[in-house]
Ligand binder design. Structure first.
Ligand code: THU
Length: 140
């Protein structure tokens, strides 16, 4: 996991967070995902007046990658906090986003980075955040 460009992913997620569309929760999230091809895709959360069509930053980034042909994810960085520049908490991916990650990675290797800054962050494997998970292999 040493080949993961952690700081570049965090910087990309912080940048993506600036584009979040959050007129209802005012909670802004940015995510940056690293693919098997070592490409980075970013996403932000996008809310909707009807509420349920809103999407999380993580899924937005992952679906951008997958829709460009990526099928293997190696890492994802997530930053989130109430609107404003300060990121003073670790925003962990929701359960739905964890399951979406599960579809496109090896859960023992997939690195999930939650960050406040490039200096202050925590790393987990997806397996730590989504143990005993259900995935594509179960359907074979
Ligand atoms: N949100 C994310 O973007 N990612 C998560 O993992 C948790 C929540 C968004 C959804 C909504 O726009 C706002 O944060 C408040 O829940």
């Amino acid at each position: 996991m040493t080949d993961i460009p952690v700081k570049e992913l965090i910087t990309s997620a912080i940048e993506a967070r600036k584009k979040a569309y959050t007129p209802y929760s005012h909670f802004k999230v940015g995510a940056a995902v690293l693919t098997g091809e070592l490409r980075i895709y970013t996403g932000c959360n996008i809310e909707n007046a009807a509420y349920s069509p809103g999407i999380c930053a993580e899924r937005n980034a992952i679906y951008k990658a997958v829709s460009e042909g990526a099928r293997k994810l190696k890492a994802i960085a997530v930053v989130g906090d109430k609107e404003g520049d300060a990121i003073t908490q670790y925003a962990f991916p929701c359960g739905v986003c964890r399951q979406v990650m599960r579809e496109f990675c090896n859960p023992d290797e997939m690195m999930v980075i939650v960050a406040k800054s490039c200096e202050e962050y925590q790393t987990y494997t997806l397996n730590q955040l989504l143990p005993e998970s259900f995935g594509p292999d179960h359907l074979k």
